[in-house]
Write a protein of this length. Structure first.
Length: 395
């Protein structure tokens, strides 16, 4: 009887939950510590590092005294829709835990709530509802409870940016103002907010309002890639004793040398490609050569990385995007870029005054990192993709 082929315990692309979630206890502890202090937080990290997985895990393991809920709000298209969903999340969170209490039954009556569905949609006895007013009232009523509500909001920057790009700048600015008011009112004691997104909130706020003061009170949580030790642990965890393809110390070291920037997504791409090739060849014994081939195959499958380039042009005006794209092309071909060369390219694009702010943005969003006064790609995958996508460069 042919032995069953068992792949690694990974998910490529989708949010890792349950048994597929690799715990990040240090980050989780830091976030809970900030929330316990009464602070609202911003998970500041590049895309694909696992922000959503961490937030979902925190909701699943919400400690005593807290009521937690997670929502990806990417699909919201208006200010009114944002307030409606925000209010629904608060009520849904309370409904999950407090539905049978006298306090919550009274709340239903006062807010004329008739029904709360499983997915949080609310049916009211009266048709017209001012959701912003309802939010402000409910926030104050929370002060009579000993529990704290924590809303984990994913993709807020995406929503704000879409509003800005569809000529709804005032709506985006109004959302920012009200979120700030909710965070800073002295009477708001039992509401905590955790924001995250695949683009930088500070960049979006600056685009909308010309400054970043509306987010200065958010405590940033630096969500780093896995350390070398954690990456080794992750590979062992993902393959375990059951996976058909196994990695000894030497293979693990070579695999990590190709990845370098240890986020689960990049590790998963390699583990998945190696496993698929081994299965097609019906040969579970791999070597460094298979790891090399897997790297080339992953880079050629550009759908994995096109989003990184598209976001430059989606979230910036064309002149800014073209400037940064040339910076990245230069690094891809020359391995690094100096401050002088950045200045020279900025001059040709008329971006001298803003050049380092935009370079800082590339660094925060996980494209590049500074090393001994020069900038290099953070991920070999992105470097190889940019070079393949722009094979000729005379800069």
């Amino acid at each position: 009887m042919e032995q069953e082929w068992i792949g690694p315990k990974i998910i490529v692309g989708n949010t890792a939950t349950g048994s597929y979630y690799f715990p990040r206890p240090q980050i989780v502890t830091e976030i809970w510590e900030e929330l316990a202090k009464g602070n609202n937080t911003l998970i500041a990290a590049p895309r694909r590092v696992g922000k959503s997985s961490v937030m979902l895990d925190m909701v699943t393991n919400c400690p005593a005294g807290y009521r937690c809920i997670f929502e990806n709000i990417q699909g919201i298209k208006s200010e009114a829709e944002f307030y409606k969903r925000f209010y629904e999340l608060m009520v849904q969170c309370l409904s999950t835990f407090e539905k049978t209490t006298t306090w919550f039954k009274k709340l239903w009556q006062e807010h004329k709530i008739e029904e709360v569905s499983i997915d949080g949609k609310i049916k009211f006895k009266d048709g017209t509802i001012d959701f912003l007013e309802e939010i402000n009232l409910l926030i104050l009523k929370l002060n009579s409870k000993e529990i704290k509500i924590v809303l984990f909001i994913d993709e807020l920057p995406e929503v704000l940016h879409k509003l800005y790009k569809t000529n709804k700048q005032e709506e985006a600015a109004s959302i920012l103002k009200n979120i700030r008011n909710w965070r800073q009112k002295e009477k708001v004691q039992n509401l905590r907010l955790v924001f995250a997104g695949s683009i930088g909130l500070h960049y979006v706020v600056k685009t909308i309002e010309g400054r970043t003061t509306d987010t200065n009170d958010l405590n940033p949580i630096n969500f780093e890639a896995l350390t070398t030790a954690e990456a080794k642990q992750y590979i062992q965890w993902a393959t375990g004793n059951n996976a058909t393809v196994q990695y000894d110390e030497a293979l693990t070291t070579h695999l990590m040398s190709k990845i370098q920037y240890y986020v689960p997504y990049f590790i998963n791409l390699m583990l998945d490609e190696i496993n698929k090739t081994a299965r097609r060849n019906n040969n579970a014994v791999i070597s460094n050569a298979e790891i090399e081939k897997a790297f080339e195959s992953v880079v050629k499958a550009s759908d994995h990385f096109k989003d990184w380039k598209n976001r430059l042009f989606d979230y910036m005006d064309s002149s800014d995007a073209n400037f940064l794209n040339e910076i990245l092309i230069h690094i891809a071909h020359k391995n690094h870029i100096s401050l002088q060369k950045i200045h020279d390219i900025a001059v040709s694009h008329n971006k001298v005054n803003d050049r380092m702010d935009m370079i800082d943005g590339l660094e925060k969003d996980g494209y590049i990192t500074e090393q001994k006064g020069k900038y290099i790609f953070l991920s070999p995958f992105l470097k190889a993709f940019w070079k393949r996508n722009n094979p000729i460069y005379n800069g």
